[in-house]
Write a protein that binds this ligand. Structure first.
Ligand SMILES: [Zn+2]
Length: 200
């Protein structure tokens, strides 16, 4: 693996160890907010390195630093969840928890420099089960007749990019251009989007 990525991982691990101490309910809001600031500084460094990698067209390096940006966003989202719980804003807290889970998974997909986040993900799932009641999730059955690639803007059927894969630090996504029909909305156990849920 690229030395620049390994060096940054050492720096990031130290910051995560230090700033991760307040990832709990009872630490003060002040400590949590300071930790978010420190994570923002680290993210700026990762972003700068990503742009340097893009300048020299190093796809692997750009994806590695994008992966760091995503894992930092994940930890920031978990902090925002704890802060929202303290404010008793439980819907906002749920959304931040889902963001934290999604960013962690994306970080692993972006590059294997952060391929070791399974334990962190497990922790976020345990938090979900312990802090929130069982959820009623929905999923839509939508027939898409036209979509385009977010990397090259070509028709998704014609372009060479692979949906979900990272290119120069950006994930290829399918942009829906035309919906033919919506066949139904199902209640599901494992939704694609955990924010699609019943709010009582
Ligand atoms: Zn494309």
């Amino acid at each position: 693996m690229n030395n620049k990525l390994l060096e940054f991982r050492d720096i990031a691990d130290k910051v995560f160890k230090n700033e991760g101490k307040f990832l709990n309910f009872t630490s003060s809001d002040e400590d949590k907010k300071k930790a978010i600031e420190s994570l923002n500084d680290l993210k700026e460094k990762a972003e700068e390195e990503k742009y340097n990698a893009i300048k020299i067209s190093d796809n692997d390096l750009a994806n590695g630093f994008a992966s760091f940006e995503l894992v930092i966003e994940s930890m920031k989202s978990e902090y925002k969840m704890w802060l929202s719980l303290n404010e008793k804003d439980y819907n906002k807290a749920w959304d931040f928890l889902v963001d934290a889970q999604d960013f962690a998974i994306l970080s692993m997909q972006a590059h294997n420099v952060n391929g070791h986040l399974d334990k962190y993900n497990q922790r976020l799932l345990i938090i979900e089960k312990l802090l929130f009641p069982p959820q009623l999730f929905f999923s839509d059955r939508t027939i898409v007749s036209k979509s385009s690639c977010t990397i090259c803007n070509k028709d998704m059927q014609e372009c060479e990019h692979i949906k979900g894969k990272f290119y120069m630090g950006i994930q290829c996504c399918e942009r829906v251009e035309k919906i033919e029909s919506i066949e139904g909305i199902d209640i599901v156990k494992e939704p694609a989007n955990k924010k699609c849920r019943a709010i009582f």
